[in-house]
Structures are given as structure tokens and as C-alpha cells.
Design a protein around this ligand. Structure first.
Ligand code: UDP
Length: 460
């Protein structure tokens, strides 16, 4: 017999308001709802009313404030100022929301699942006598680096040639998350990623959007300090185990996808197309765009390139017209649908964690061109640990030149190791599906949390 709504445990979900954080937290919410948890997903109003907002019917949404009313205003704000306002306004509005839900007809909130970028979520939960669960949107391999910096065991800025950390392969400086190497370039962002560990040892649960086996040793090392549980890949169920009904897309896109992509891909032969995207935040320099454009032309292959409208002016003159025979340039697409299409032969990606995990989950080989944040570390794992692609090598000025890009694409799509890379990609794809399918490592971790919330299992 199904539990009545008022009897179900209730989780309040707090994502950091950017696309790469909203997506995994929505997916985690859907998994919890599928397993019988009442979900309230809270975000700023402008995000909830985005162009392509169609969150699952099983999730209630409520607005909280970060003090800003548009994505553009957030992007333009000084990070330190933004984070201070977010903390102040977020704390107040989340506290008010918890009270409102307590007085409402349904069951009061039992647990706040907060994005680790919002460590104040734990303080709010504790002040209300609730469970607090941290949710990390980057993998444990990256967390090992950050946590070592947080604990003062790795000094920043890092200058050693080779960095040896527990649970990780030896790393070069160019493999480290950018904020621990060059904090001057992006003031405030080292504090943001360090803040993820504020009080985390007191969190009742610590979730990571990853698969245990992807970086097993890093997960094991993190477990010595906190109860890390992998729950990923947090992507729509249709691409993995297909168990969650109607779970076909993330359901909340801050950009409007161009639906020409699938019709265009339909006309291409299997594994022939290069898909290029740098996610929702990266801003390339004009000359970097030119190198990329030249490379795509030189490969002679078909390509689908996502260039957000704020980036279009940096494309070489006439490129869109000249490319029209071979290439399609769109301002946004439904990336999962694209990656799942059999015409895609490789993904030239900035290696944002969601994009990386999506490509792993769909068995797509990658050429990593990291831009900032944890992307360099993810790209290192793509090449040397999971062996599902290569990491492009920049020149001394940090620019990936077109010759290098062409050679990386050829290596992955038709080089001597192309077949082996494709086989590895298929292996991780299977592993991703197995992790969230019934009894898989992530499924067991999610189920354990649900059982504790339901009171049918006690917390260890
Ligand atoms: N994405 C998308 N369409 C695009 C480009 C990106 O749907 O045209 C999605 C992608 O599937 C991923 C997210 O946007 O879930 C980007 O997150 P990621 O962590 O890769 O990068 P970020 O945007 O945070 O740099």
C-alpha cells in the first residue's frame, strides 16, 4: 500500500543556482521521490520560472532568495559579494520556508539536502533541529585535493612539479583544480570551494554525485573523515536504468535548447560527428574560439558546436555560413539527447563534472579542453584513469592550438587506440547503469538514506 503524502519523510533540496548544480540535485530529488520521499526543491524564483522549466510532478517547488533576480546579475556580481548576499538572504528565506512548510498541511521538513556550495544550509538545518545532508557536485578525486588544502596539508598556491596525494595518481600542476593554483585570477572562488568543507564532518549524510568505482581510492580516503556516499550518476533514468517513470530530461534549463539538433544528427552516419560544448559558464577568448573553429574545419568531419549567445560574437567572421555544409552551431541543446545519439563520435568538452559524467554514462569518448575549476582534474582522469579519451595540451600561453585539437580528435575517433577507447567507454557506460539500477552501489546508498528517513533503519 502506498504511503500517504503526510506520512512520507520530507526533504528540502537546496541547489546552488547554476545549471551544473541544479541538474544533479533535481535528479537526486527525483530518485528520492521515486523511493517514497516528499520533495520540496527550493531555488530563486527566476530560476524556477526559466524558459524550459518542467520539473517532475513528483517534486514541489518553492522559491527562496539569493538577493539577485537574474542569471545575468549573478554572473556579473563580484563572487565574494554574491556569496555573502547568498548566505544572508538564503539563510533567512530558507528558515522562513521551513517554518511555512511546518505550518502547512503536509509533513514538516525532516532533512535539508544542501549543495556543498551552500554550507550555511547545514546551519539552517541544525538551528531547526533537522537532519542535514551535504551534496557534492564534484567527484571525490577533486574533493581529496580540496580537502588537503582545507586541512592545510597542501599549501596554496601549489608550486611543486609533482603532487602526490592519498587516493590519487601523481598529479602535475596542470592537473589540479585551477583555484588552488591561481587563486588571484578568480578572487573568492578558492574560498567558495573550501567552504564546502565547513562543518561537513557534522553533516548527518554526505552525498557525492559520482560512481564509487570511478575513483574508488579517493572515495575510501574521504570516508576516513566523513561518511561519503556516492549516489550518481544523477542523470535522467531513461538513459540508465529506466526505472523512474517519466524521467526523460533534467526538466529545468536556464537556456532554451534548439530542437534542430536531433533532426540534423539523424542525417549523419554512426560515430561520425564531433560534439563540442563548454557548458554553461566558460567564456573563451576570441583567439581560443578561432583555434577551435580552424580545428573543426581541418578535421573535415561533421560537427555540432554549442556556442552560447553571449559567445557568438567571438566566432570568426563568416564561420557560421562557411561551416554550414559540415557544421551546425546552436546556442544550446539537450546535451543528453545529443550524447545518446549514435551519430556522435567524440565530445570535445571543458570537462565540467556533469558533462564528464554524462559522457561516461553514455559511452562517448572525450577530448578534454579544461577551462577552470575542477575540469583539469576531471580531464586527467578521462585520459589516464578511465582511458576514455585524451586531455588536450595547451601551449605556453595556455591556449590549445588547432594542430593539437585536430590531433586529439583524430586520436580519439580514428587513431590506433580509438577502438580501445570506445571499448573502455562502453565499459563505464555499463558500470553507470549498474550503479543506479536496483541493488547497484549508488542505489544501495540512496536506499539506505531513504530507510533511515523512514525510520526502518538506524544510522550507523
Ligand atoms: N548542457 C546542456 N546543453 C548544452 C550544454 C550543456 O544541456 O548545450 C548541460 C549539460 O548536460 C550539463 C550542464 O549543462 O548537465 C553543464 O554542467 P557542467 O558541469 O558540465 O558544466 P558547467 O556548466 O557547470 O561549467
Amino acid at each position: 500500500m502506498e504511503q500517504k503524502t503526510e506520512d512520507k519523510p520530507h526533504c528540502l533540496i537546496l541547489p546552488y543556482p547554476s545549471q551544473g548544480h541544479i541538474n544533479p540535485l533535481i535528479q537526486f530529488s527525483k530518485r528520492l521521490a521515486y523511493k517514497g520521499i516528499t520533495i520540496t526543491f527550493a531555488a530563486p524564483q527566476d530560476i524556477l520560472s526559466s524558459a524550459a522549466a518542467d520539473i517532475s510532478a513528483s517534486i514541489a517547488v518553492e522559491s527562496i532568495s539569493d538577493g539577485y533576480t537574474s542569471a545575468a546579475a549573478r554572473a556579473d556580481a563580484d563572487p565574494r559579494e554574491y556569496l555573502a548576499t547568498l548566505k544572508r538572504e538564503g539563510t533567512e528565506s530558507t528558515s522562513r520556508l521551513i517554518e511555512k512548510l511546518r505550518e502547512g498541511p503536509g509533513r514538516a521538513v525532516d532533512c535539508v539536502v544542501y549543495d556543498a556550495f551552500l554550507p550555511w544550509g547545514l546551519a539552517v538545518a541544525k538551528s531547526k533541529g533537522l537532519f542535514g545532508a551535504a551534496f557534492f557536485t564534484q567527484p571525490s578525486s577533486v574533493n581529496v585535493v580540496y580537502y588537503n588544502v582545507f586541512k592545510g596539508l597542501l599549501k596554496v598556491p601549489v608550486t611543486e612539479r609533482e603532487i602526490v596525494l592519498p587516493g590519487l595518481p601523481p598529479l602535475a600542476i596542470s592537473d589540479l583544480p585551477s583555484f588552488v593554483v591561481d587563486q588571484e585570477k578568480h578572487p573568492g572562488l578558492l574560498e567558495l570551494v573550501m567552504g564546502q568543507f565547513d562543518g561537513v564532518e557534522d553533516s548527518d549524510f554526505v552525498f557525492v554525485n559520482s560512481i564509487y568505482e570511478l575513483d574508488k581510492e579517493a572515495n575510501e580516503w574521504m570516508k576516513k573523515s566523513m561518511a561519503v556516499k556516492t549516489i550518481g550518476p544523477a542523470i535522467p533514468s531513461i538513459y540508465l536504468d529506466k526505472r523512474v517513470p517519466h524521467d526523460k530530461s533534467y526538466g529545468l534549463s536556464l537556456f532554451k535548447p534548439d530542437d534542430i539538433c536531433m533532426r540534423w544528427l539523424q542525417q549523419r552516419s554512426p560515430k561520425s560527428v564531433i560534439y563540442v560544448s563548454f557548458g554553461s559558464i566558460a567564456k573563451l577568448e576570441k583567439h581560443e574560439m578561432e583555434e577551435l573553429a580552424t580545428a573543426l574545419k581541418l578535421t573535415g568531419k561533421h560537427f555540432l558546436w554549442v556556442v552560447r549567445s553571449s559567445e557568438v560574437s567571438k566566432l570568426p567572421e563568416n564561420f557560421v555560413d562557411e561551416a554550414s555544409g559540415k557544421g551546425l552551431i546552436v546556442s544550446w541543446c539537450s546535451q543528453l539527447e545529443v550524447l545518446a545519439h549514435d551519430a556522435i563520435g567524440c565530445f570535445v568538452t571543458h570537462c565540467g563534472w556533469n558533462s564528464t559524467l554524462e559522457a561516461l554514462s553514455l559511452g562517448v569518448p572525450m577530448v578534454g579542453v579544461p577551462w577552470w575549476s575542477d575540469q583539469a582534474t576531471n580531464a586527467k582522469f578521462v585520459m589516464d584513469v578511465w582511458k576514455v579519451g585524451v586531455k588536450a595540451c595547451p601551449n605556453e600561453e595556455g591556449v590549445v592550438e588547432h594542430e593539437e585539437l585536430v590531433s586529439c580528435v583524430k586520436h580519439v575517433m580514428e587513431g590506433e587506440r580509438a577502438e580501445e577507447i570506445r571499448e573502455n567507454a562502453m565499459k563505464w557506460k555499463e558500470l553507470a547503469k549498474g550503479a543506479v539500477d536496483e541493488g547497484g552501489s549508488s542505489d544501495r546508498n540512496i536506499q539506505e538514506f531513504v530507510s533511515i528517513m523512514m525510520g526502518t533503519q538506524s544510522q550507523k
